[in-house]
Design a protein around this ligand. Structure first.
Ligand code: CMP
Length: 241
């Protein structure tokens, strides 16, 4: 895995900070302070930006590109906890409770990052209630997602889990649900706790039955049918995992 990073350069603009959800409602006077202490960093695809078990030194905001949050065991088996996209932040957990990093965060494409060191981040938090509130809201949202994932792992079979994941990753595009993000079968398998072969079979079956179609590299969901899929899909489903 690539661990090389470019030299950091200082200074995000206020316009850029305004576009990041974490800084919503933060007054310009505070954003100017943040602009003075945050710096840009660009990392190539497959860079491990944060490594599980490391001590914590910085908070990261993803300006462009994508990253996956994952845990792995000694045998190299991986579970992907979530995929992160532009505007999202990571590395806050270790800064808040002082524990080592809880997971690896790996760039899935070239990433432009904004980095704020631990001390600067803590100073910003102490001085700004809106920033604290925005971070709390994100943590609550992540907890809700984790709860939903536990629920689907416990209650849904692989058909249901694939269907739910496709719906969760889809966005509205002129009235259609579309997945624009590149989503490999391997990544889906690592997110829902199934084998890649099983995910391939289930997706082929769902596509053949018209639950979604692949169009110019994007997945277009036939929403009403897919949302109902855990029950009415095939009479003979492949056996799970
Ligand atoms: P930290 O523990 O410092 O380093 C790993 C980071 O991965 C962690 O902070 C969070 O920012 C992020 N992370 C861990 N688990 C999740 C999750 N379930 N959803 C989103 N992000 C996560």
């Amino acid at each position: 895995m690539n661990t090389q990073v470019e030299q950091p350069r200082r200074g995000p603009s206020l316009t850029l900070l305004h576009s990041i959800p974490m800084f919503a409602g933060v007054p310009d006077s505070q954003l100017e302070q943040i602009a003075k202490v945050a710096f840009h960093r660009r990392v190539p695809r497959l860079t491990t930006i944060v490594r599980a078990g490391d001590s914590t030194d910085s908070l990261y905001v993803l300006i462009s590109g994508g990253a996956k949050v994952l845990n792995s065991d000694e045998e190299g088996r991986e579970v992907i906890l979530t995929l992160l996209g532009p505007g999202e932040f990571f590395g806050e957990m270790g800064l808040i409770d002082g524990s080592p990093r809880s997971a690896d965060v790996v760039a899935t494409e070239t990433c432009e990052l904004l980095v704020i060191t631990k001390n600067d981040f803590k100073r910003c938090l102490a001085e700004n209630f809106d920033l604290c509130l925005n971070i709390m809201k994100s943590l609550v949202q992540r907890l809700r997602e984790a709860d939903r994932n536990i629920e689907s792992l416990a209650l849904l079979d692989v058909y249901g889990r694939v269907a739910k994941l496709l719906i969760d990753f889809s966005e509205d595009e002129r009235g259609q649900r579309v997945i624009r993000r590149r989503l490999t079968k391997q990544d889906i398998a690592k997110m829902i706790g199934a084998s890649r072969e099983m995910v391939s079979r289930v997706m082929k079956d769902l596509e053949n039955r018209g639950y979604f179609r692949v169009e110019e590299g994007r997945i277009v969901i036939i929403e009403k049918r897919l949302a109902a899929s855990p029950a009415p899909v095939p009479a003979s489903r492949p056996q799970s995992t």
